[in-house]
Structure formats: structure tokens, C-alpha cells
Design a protein around this ligand. Structure first.
Ligand SMILES: Nc1ncnc2c1ncn2[C@@H]1O[C@H](COP(=O)(O)OP(=O)(O)O)[C@@H](O)[C@H]1O
Ligand SMILES: [Mg+2]
Length: 336
């Protein structure tokens, strides 16, 4: 148990009738990691969270939490877990304080410790002055913060947050990110689902991209971006790109992906294939070498464009986005 990962999911399957919501999903989350589950609406994120919290029974496969089975050892697992559900379920007619004290009792926080613990969590959620007010008078952001405070009340080693920033304004979103970083610095393991790419990229140590309940990719955000093409060459041509050009460009060494939309062409360069790179990491040896290597690929690209009989109006080099990785992997955007 000491060495077991925080979460281990092995060939997990969940069917609802004939529909498969989670399809042979396998991954593990290391202790102390912020792990992101990224996928469009309906891709199976909440279902996965429910399976690994023991709320729902798998149709196949196995889950273990710190080496324990969340269904057979439910009480022990529940004490280690703090869950911030997608739909914030609070008692609207009770005060913030009563909501927390109810939860503290339910989760076995010793009676003598409860007032101190509740006060500390209200402080964290910046709700101290609203402690006695009914939750029904709170804004959406305040409810979200209270739900986070509640999840941390029993000092869990592992925290799940299901779309914690959905429908939250930018400022409140940053506050929530900071809470999540703080959880990590306190040594907790965090599993967070989101369909905000920016958030996933900045927050998560590793990301699992899922679509239709299946794992499409799993790695550190920077490595995911590098595997699609860490540098993107954008071309604007004077005419729509001829079909043959796409083929020529795709065949060039180091080209990971080519997409054309009329006269706009995007060429994803997989720098690792062109220049020297660290063993197995997919990352270039020195970060600064990215642009040099991309520059080395440019003559070949421009040459193919000239051969196709079209001219380049504009050319731009930039870093690939996680959005492009997602599109390349799943063929669809995150929020279609
Ligand atoms: N209880 C259920 N019964 C039938 N279908 C369900 C149930 N829960 C979820 N689904 C379906 O499973 C898929 C995944 O849903 P969900 O896990 O909620 O996705 P996400 O959280 O990524 O948006 C969706 O197509 C959803 O309609
Ligand atoms: Mg969901």
C-alpha cells in the first residue's frame, strides 16, 4: 500500500445498456501529482470519476485507490477522498457553517476538532464573514468555493474536482486554480476534469485526453504538444492550396501534420524528428533550438510550395497549442 499509486485504473469499462461510456481505460496517477482528465462533453469524464470514487460499479476492469478497492473498502477509501462534484450539491437552506459541520460529522472528523477545522476551511474559501448565511443567498462562485472547502474538511490525501471552473468567471477561475496548486503543495494528489485547455496546460503535471470513453493520449502537456509538432508553420497562399501540395508537405521529414483551409495552410513540425533531442523524451535538447530546427525545415516547405505553382503571401512560426493536439488526436474540437 505504501508504494501503490494514488489511483490505478486498469481496463476500466462502463456500459449503460448497449452504450459504452468508458471503454478500456487504463492509467495511473502518482502520489502528489495534479492529473487532468481532458475531453469534450459526453466523453466519459464524470462517469470515470464516479467509477473511481466507488459511486458507480464498473462493467469491467479494476480500480484501486492507494491500493484499496473503492467498492469493497468503501469506508477507508471515502476517508482518503475529497470530492468536488460537477453539480455542486450543498444544502441550500442551511448556513455555510452547518453544511460543513454536517459533512465533518459524516466523514468522521473528531467532534473536538470540528470547529477549528470548519473555521480554517471557511477562511480558505474566504467565506468567514458569510459563515452564518444560508447557502441559497450565495453566488455560484461562492458555492463552488464552499464545495471545495467541504471536500478538504476531512484532510483527504486525494481530491477529485469535476469541472471545477465550469461556468465560473475568469477571476474566480484563477482563485480555484490557486486552491488546486495549494492542494498539491500540501502533498495531496489531485484529479481534475476539465474542457478548458488553458487550465489543463497550466495546472496539470500530466494529462489524459479521452474521447468516447477511450484514452487517446497521456503525457505531460509539453510532451503532448511536442508530439503533435512543437512548432507550427502557418502559410497564407495566393490561391487555395492544391491537393498535391498537402501530399508533398506531409512527406517532408519532420512534418507531423498538415491542414489546409482554402489558402491557409498549417504545417505542424515535429522538432524531435528533425534535430537532436533528449533520449525518449520527445523534447529538443535545448529549448532554444526549437526555432533553429524549424527554420531548417522552412526551405523544404517553401520549395514544395513553389513546385506546386503557388506563392506564399505570409508566413508565421509559432508554438503548437494543446487545442491542435486535441484536434489532431480526436478529429474534433473540445467544445463542438
Ligand atoms: N446514468 C447514465 N445512463 C445512461 N447514459 C449515461 C449515464 N451517465 C452518463 N451517460 C452517458 O455517458 C456518456 C459520458 O457521460 P459523462 O461521463 O457525464 O461525460 P462528461 O463528464 O465527459 O461530460 C454520455 O454520452 C452520457 O450521456
Ligand atoms: Mg462531466
Amino acid at each position: 500500500m505504501v508504494d501503490s499509486p494514488a489511483i490505478s485504473v486498469d481496463a476500466l469499462v462502463k456500459r449503460f445498456g448497449v452504450f459504452t461510456a468508458v471503454d478500456q481505460l487504463s492509467f495511473s496517477v502518482a502520489r502528489g501529482e495534479i492529473f487532468g482528465l481532458l475531453g469534450p462533453n459526453g466523453s466519459g469524464k464524470t462517469t470515470t470519476i464516479n467509477l473511481i470514487s466507488g459511486l458507480s460499479e464498473p462493467s469491467g476492469g479494476a480500480v484501486s485507490i492507494f491500493g484499496l478497492d473503492p467498492r469493497r473498502q468503501a469506508t477507508a477509501v471515502r476517508r482518503m477522498l475529497g470530492v468536488v462534484p460537477q453539480e455542486t450539491a450543498l444544502y441550500e437552506e442551511l448556513s455555510a457553517w452547518r453544511n460543513l459541520s454536517f459533512h465533518a460529522e459524516l466523514f468522521g472528523v473528531p467532534a473536538g476538532e470540528r470547529p477549528r477545522r470548519i473555521a480554517a476551511m471557511l477562511e480558505l474559501a474566504q467565506l468567514t464573514d458569510r459563515a452564518k448565511d444560508r447557502v441559497s443567498t450565495f453566488s455560484g462562485g461562492m458555492k463552488r468555493r464552499l464545495a471545495i472547502a467541504r471536500a478538504l474538511l476531512h484532510d483527504p490525501a486525494l481530491v477529485y474536482l469535476d469541472e471545477p471552473t465550469l461556468g465560473v468567471d475568469v477571476q474566480a477561475r484563477h482563485v480555484i486554480w490557486n486552491y488546486i496548486r495549494e492542494m498539491k503543495s500540501q502533498g495531496r494528489t489531485v484529479l481534475v476534469t476539465t474542457n478548458y485547455l488553458e487550465e489543463a496546460e497550466q495546472l496539470c503535471d500530466r494529462l489524459a485526453i479521452i474521447d468516447h470513453g477511450r484514452l487517446m493520449a497521456l503525457d505531460a502537456p509539453a510532451t503532448l504538444k511536442a508530439s503533435y509538432g512543437s512548432t507550427v508553420v502557418e502559410l497564407e497562399l495566393d490561391t487555395p492550396a492544391p491537393k498535391s501540395l498537402i501530399g508533398f508537405l506531409s512527406a517532408l521529414p519532420g512534418v507531423a501534420d498538415v491542414q489546409a483551409d482554402g489558402a491557409q495552410v498549417k504545417v505542424g513540425l515535429r522538432i524531435a524528428d528533425i534535430g537532436p533531442h533528449e533520449e525518449g523524451s520527445g523534447r529538443p535538447v535545448s529549448p532554444g533550438s526549437d526555432r533553429h530546427e524549424a527554420a531548417a525545415a522552412l526551405p523544404g516547405i517553401l520549395d514544395r510550395v513553389a513546385q506546386a505553382g503557388v506563392r506564399t503571401r505570409r508566413l508565421n512560426l509559432r508554438e503548437a497549442s494543446l487545442d491542435e493536439v486535441f484536434l489532431a488526436l480526436t478529429g474534433r474540437g473540445l467544445r463542438d
